[in-house]
Design a protein around this ligand. Structure first.
Ligand code: SF4
Length: 301
């Protein structure tokens, strides 16, 4: 099972593009981080794959191939079957998974049955998934109401629910951003553990680049709806190629150059902040492949 995104562009109704010519492949079992500042298009990217874009956005171009099948071409009922079963989404605010007035177990059970699981052995399967997500005695926790548990615990239950169907891919959209440092560490450790136990792909979206170090083997850097660099996580941390990646990692400092009166929409998206810019950069760079890395910067032509 793999996911291949080809030339994906998503626009707002007013014509502004929020994702621009995204090209990336995520292979079976691969754990990839997607990093960029707030508003860079990371969440839109996940939502586009699941076809749950907000009403004001539309697909302008591209293909999303899930094991060769274009998710943009299949019927709504088929994508609904894939969502929550073959591709699961872990969201930022775990309390939104749950109705606060219904006990945890009933809600997990309903979710499982809704996605076509059989009632037979369901309890044991739920317990097993929750054990994988770090609950040693799940039977004690599922009797509770959501408001009795911390956000970190609810997030772990959310991860357990995602694991229930043994999905091919899990997408985690800033899974730690609403948690305190202690719970953040628990979730990162948990994800690190799952990686060795499960043969599934994973996309971890975050604006905190350091979180990717212990979780993903590959990472992609997004800026203003553009993918700027894709490569092995440890290699990028050691030696970022793109000037924006270098800034994110802290290997260079932020500068802003004076913008011309008329903004050039076809220039490199990082043009106004880049100290390496040359006249060529007034044209958006294509994807260059260099030393096992994909990078969109004219320096690597
Ligand atoms: S393409 Fe040019 S402006 Fe853009 S990051 Fe590379 S050097 Fe800088």
């Amino acid at each position: 099972m793999n996911l291949k995104i080809e030339n994906l562009s998503v626009s707002l109704n007013n014509g502004n593009e929020v994702l621009k010519d995204i090209r990336i492949e995520i292979k079976e079992g691969e754990w990839i981080g997607l990093v960029g500042e707030t508003g860079s298009g990371k969440t839109t990217f996940l939502r586009a794959i699941l076809r749950i874009l907000p009403e004001k956005m539309f697909f302008k171009d591209g293909r999303i191939l899930f094991n060769g099948k274009d998710l943009l071409k299949i019927k709504e009922e088929e994508i609904r079957r894939i969502r929550g079963k073959e591709i699961c989404l872990i969201i930022q605010e775990p309390h939104l998974y749950f109705n606060p007035s219904i006990k945890i177990y009933r809600q997990i059970e309903e979710y499982a049955l809704f996605h076509g699981m059989e009632k037979k052995d369901l309890k044991e399967r739920i317990y097993n998934s929750l054990r994988l997500s770090g609950f040693e005695e799940p039977e004690n926790w599922i009797k509770m109401f959501p408001f009795q548990l911390s956000s970190g615990m609810l997030q772990r239950i959310g991860i357990g629910m995602a694991l229930l169907h043994e999905p091919k891919f899990i997408f985690a959209d800033e899974p730690t951003s609403s948690l305190d440092r202690a719970h953040e560490k628990q979730i990162i450790d948990l994800l690190g553990n799952l990686k060795s136990k499960r043969d599934m792909g994973f996309i971890f979206v975050t604006h905190m680049i350091d979180l990717l170090k212990d979780v993903t083997e590959k990472m992609a850097v997004v800026y203003k709806g553009n993918l700027l660099e894709i490569g092995k996580t440890y290699e990028i941390f050691q030696n970022p190629f793109h000037p924006y990646t270098s800034l994110l990692i802290g290997k260079s400092s932020f500068q802003k150059f004076s913008a011309p009166l008329k903004k050039n929409l076809n220039s490199c998206p990082f043009y106004y902040f880049c100290s390496f810019r040359i006249s060529r950069c007034l044209e958006i760079p294509p994807y260059f492949e260099k030393y096992g890395r994909v990078v969109r910067c004219w320096i690597y032509e």
